[in-house]
Write a new protein. Structure first.
Lengths: 147, 166
């Protein structure tokens, strides 16, 4: 990773400018050229430094719904339950966390009813109660990882 | 083209917004003219796509068109979900205060439940366990007496990570 990569990663977290020929605008700003920048972004995606490049949608504003939920899974069943959640398209992220509630996941659905249905399905499949913690107020979203 | 903008209000044309989401949720191709690329697939011209994106961004449906770094790869290997039991009457002041801290990526109020007493969540990221412990201590100071209990849930394994599907 060289200086141009670092400047590109820092700059692109704020977003591609919404102007005509956006890569050219960015190239002017970073004193590079459009093709080079796009090649660099592709290389950073290929090597896993960037996970995605594209529009970041706010699912709530699009009529979707999501929630943060948790399960308290006995250790001997942990991998089995993780695989059950892995198979559900509604489960976006799932993390093990060191706590009595040891499995934390985000559910994303197109409609609010989908959340309740998915929670009922998880409870039926796993036999475990789901701790459902939908956000009631957003105080902040977004972090810039500088490199 | 500005005369056309009103017809692309998300509330009046959800089908178009849905098409845009489906087309781009896996990412935007790295082509010289991404707006024309989108336009060709949605049957719109470049100016109309740009106007639509401006409108969606202004309305909050699109935060930005951006690169998402793998924060593990950038050295931010430690994250802690800090959770706080805070006096409800102080939340309108303390929630935004926590959210404004540079090391907090997400900050929400969430409901209390049987067996779950915490109503304020703040996610912190750092390059070491000491760094995130330090952030937790800073938050504890900010909350002061309004906080009755707290915990930090450290992630030890990513079990699944995909984009949100809509």
């Amino acid at each position: 990773m060289d200086d141009l990569d670092r400047r590109l990663i820092n700059r692109l977290q704020y977003g591609l400018p919404l102007v005509k020929r956006p890569w050219q605008a960015l190239a002017d700003e970073l004193k590079s050229d459009s093709q080079t920048l796009r090649d660099r972004v592709q290389a950073l995606l290929d090597d896993g430094t960037l996970t995605r490049f594209g529009p970041m949608f706010d699912i709530d504003r699009l009529g979707g719904a999501f929630t943060l939920a948790a399960l308290s899974v006995p250790d001997e069943r942990f991998d089995t339950v993780a695989a059950q959640l892995e198979a559900m398209p509604e489960v976006a992220h799932n993390y093990r966390r060191e706590h009595a509630w040891n499995m934390w996941f985000v559910l994303g659905c197109t409609a609010p009813e989908g959340i309740a249905e998915t929670i009922a399905r998880i409870e039926a499949q796993t036999g475990l109660p789901v701790l459902n913690l939908p956000k009631e107020e957003t105080y902040h979203v977004g972090l810039h990882f500088s490199v | 083209m500005s005369a056309c903008i009103s017809q692309f209000d998300g509330r009046s044309d959800p089908a178009l917004i849905r098409s845009l989401v489906e087309l781009t949720q896996a990412g935007l191709p790295l082509v010289d003219n991404p707006w024309a690329w989108i336009g060709e697939r949605l049957g719109l011209d470049e100016d109309t796509v740009l106007a639509l994106l401006h409108q969606l961004q202004a309305g909050g449906a699109i935060r930005r068109i951006a690169a998402v770094p793998n924060h593990y790869r950038l050295g931010y290997r430690h994250n802690g979900m800090t959770v706080w039991d805070v006096d409800d009457t102080h939340l309108p002041r303390l929630g935004p205060l926590l959210g404004a801290q540079p090391f907090v990526s997400h900050c929400y109020r969430r409901p209390r439940r049987d067996g779950w007493r915490y109503n304020l969540f703040a996610m912190v990221h750092g390059r070491s366990t000491d760094e995130i412990e330090d952030y937790r201590a800073q938050i504890r100071q900010l909350l002061g007496d309004a906080c009755r209990a707290d915990e930090m849930l450290v992630s030890s394994r990513i079990l699944k990570k995909t984009g949100l599907r809509v």
